[in-house]
Each structure stands twice: as structure tokens, then as C-alpha cells.
Design a protein around this ligand. Sequence first.
Ligand code: NAD
Ligand code: MG
Length: 396
Amino acid sequence: MMSRKTSEKDVRKVSVLGSTGSIGCSTLDIILRNPSLYRVEVLTAHKSVELLANQARRTQARLAVIGDKEKYAELKELLSGTETKVSAGRQALVEAAQYPVEWTMAAIVGAAGLEPTLAAVKQGSVVALANKECLVCAGKFFLDEVAKSGTTLLPVDSEHNAIFQVLDIEQRDTVKKLILTASGGPFWNTSIDSLRLVTPERAVAHPNWNMGAKISVDSATMMNKGLELIEAHYLFDMNEDMIDIVIHPESIIHSLVSYIDGSVLAQLGSPDMRTPIAYALGWPNRILSPSPTLNLAELGKLTFFEPDNRRFPLINLAREAIRVGGNASVIINASNEVAVKSFLDRRNCFLDIFKIVSRTLDKIKTRKIKCLEDVFDADEEARHVALDVAKLCEEG
Ligand code: NAD
Ligand code: MG
């Protein structure tokens, strides 16, 4: 890890990939509250052209990129009369991620974030990683690129950011367990029968966190914790049996590290992503964040429960994917993306998500990952198979 002391007068050049999403907007919120510390160079989005143009105007970004080529003319028009350059398409996203900056927020959702984030990594600055799919899909390959380019990777996912804050890297061999907390989402104590009737509206209404639709559904199925387990496995180089998961519905303790002397260190805070984002933006210093101050007396008590693997089998499937290795985690990630989309589009029911992911993994022969192409191939194959499985579930 790089140790770089910034003085108050340093202005850091930053890019925000996926700036119109939940994490992207929170990142810009903190940046705009600390105008003397940051200068926005690049902003990117997929389709939200108006929001992207507004953000570019407010931050006076040098470059705004829209993934959807059909929105290019609209973006150009919305930003006419400004200094902001405009481009569009997948390749433009990758080029934008290579723009020379000192700090990049990688907050594109899903496997679509892999290529742009890798481009940011190769550019060799500090990459704040919100997109968990990079590690889930490309794990070792991604970390090798980080090492090769001398990039500093800072975890933004609240659990991994918490562990990053309390893990004593110098004494890694004294770590007994990592303990990831999970809110459990809106249905952690809902019966299987009621789970059958869950609608997209109820699934995206997370009790504590305000997040994008995909991760909110992942939180409701607990696939999010499965993906985070894989993320933690790679980030902290821990076997899956060294990583425990505990349900903590209040989302106040964001994760813990248990040491061999019996000490358990935790990071606490209000459930507001602006805290881990501010940590990554300020690192190695701390900066002001507007997150509400935690009031423990007002909270009164914190509660913890064992996850129910019978109702939420995707956590164990993620453990299996780690043990199998190779492209198994690419397969579960891609099939989950298909299943979540199909559920949000009301083609499949909530419980189908579990079936689609596990049946897709069963149907595909797992292979080693030797290069990035292997990741894309596995991703594509899994999406095809998952679509077929989803159709069968829909009909059945
Ligand atoms: P979101 O859906 O709110 O936003 C996603 C962003 O990515 C948007 O700017 C969108 O325009 C862009 N995007 C979507 N598809 C794209 C594509 N195909 N190509 C290029 N850009 C595309 O998502 P989010 O909730 O902000 O999550 C972003 C990432 O951060 C995810 O990987 C998620 O797992 C992770 N994360 C989110 C939270 C949270 O609280 N929201 C917490 C931890 C981790
Ligand atoms: Mg998380």
C-alpha cells in the first residue's frame, strides 16, 4: 500500500466511473463539499444523460462519457457552451478510465465495470473499488494487474472498508477470522412461503441502505453477502473458512476482525456509504463527511443472528464457488445478473433467482482463468445458459 501524505493545499485530480449511480452521486456529494481538495476530470454513466450533464456542469468536469452511443447527441447538446468534452460507447468508457488522474472511483455496477476498472488500475493511481464484480469475476488476475501497475486499491464496500480500517496487516498471522456483517435485507426473517410472493418494489426497499436496484435485490437474496465473501477472500487473501457471516439487522457494525488473543476489532458508523467513500477519498488522511453521527445511547441495542442457509442458499453457493475456483464465481455472478434483471422485469419470481444461479453453475463445466478473455467467455456462456434456465423457471 502506498503511503502518501496530502497537504490541505493539494488538489487531487479525480475520475468517477458510474457517477450517476448511488455510489457515484454520494462520491460527488463529498467532493463538492470539499472543493479545495478535489478537481473532477472524468465522469461516466450508462444511460442517465441528463443527470450526467448536470453533474458535469456542477463539477466543470473535463470529460463526460455516456456508455450508450445513442445518447451522444443529447449529451453534446446538453453540454454545449461548456468546456466539458463529450464521448460515447464502451471503448470511450475504457479510454476515459485511462485519463491521467490521481484517484478513481470505480462505481459502475456489474461485470460491465470490469474493463473500465482494469483500465483505471493500469493507469496506476489510487483506485477506490466499489464495484465488487471486478474481484468476483477476475479475482487473482485483477490483483496481479494492481500489483504490476503499483496501483493502490482501496475497498469502498462498507464491510471491506471496515476490515481495511481494523486489519493489522503487519500481524496478519494473528488473525483468526474475518467477520462480515449482513443486514439480512428486508426478508431475513421472512418465511419461505412469503418469499414466493415478493415483488420487485418490496425487494429494492432496503430497510437501512439507500442503494441501486441490482445490489438491493442482491441484499434481499443475500447474494450480496456471497459476492462480498468472494471479494473479501481476494482482497485480504483469506480462505473462505476463515470468513464468517453474521446477520446484524441494524447495520451499525460494518465488519470485524477476530485475533488469536481474543480481541475482536470492529468499525462502526451510521449506515451511510458516504463514510467509507470519504475514507477512500481522504486516505491516508480523514476528511469531513456529512454522514449522521452515530448515537449509541439512542440506538440502545445491537442484535446478531446466524444466517439461515436454507432460505438463503446463495451464501453457501458462493463458498462453493471459492472452493471450486477458476471461473465458478464468474458463472454465479453472471447468472445472478440475468436472474435479478429477469426478476426486476417481472418475468421470474424472487425464489427463481436461487434456482437460476445454482442450476446454471451445475450445467457449466468450470475451467481455469488464464486471461481476461476466459472471464468474458465464461460470463457470456453463463448468461446464455442462465437465460434458458430462467425461461424454463418462468414456464414451470
Ligand atoms: P447504480 O445502479 O446505482 O449505479 C450504477 C452506475 O453504473 C450508474 O452510473 C450507471 O449509469 C452505470 N452503469 C450501469 N450499467 C453500465 C454499463 N453497462 N456500462 C457502463 N456504466 C454502467 O449502482 P450502485 O448501487 O451505485 O453500485 C455501484 C457498484 O458499487 C456495484 O458494483 C455495487 O455492488 C457496489 N456497491 C454499492 C453500494 C451501495 O450502497 N450502492 C455499496 C457497496 C458496493
Ligand atoms: Mg457491502
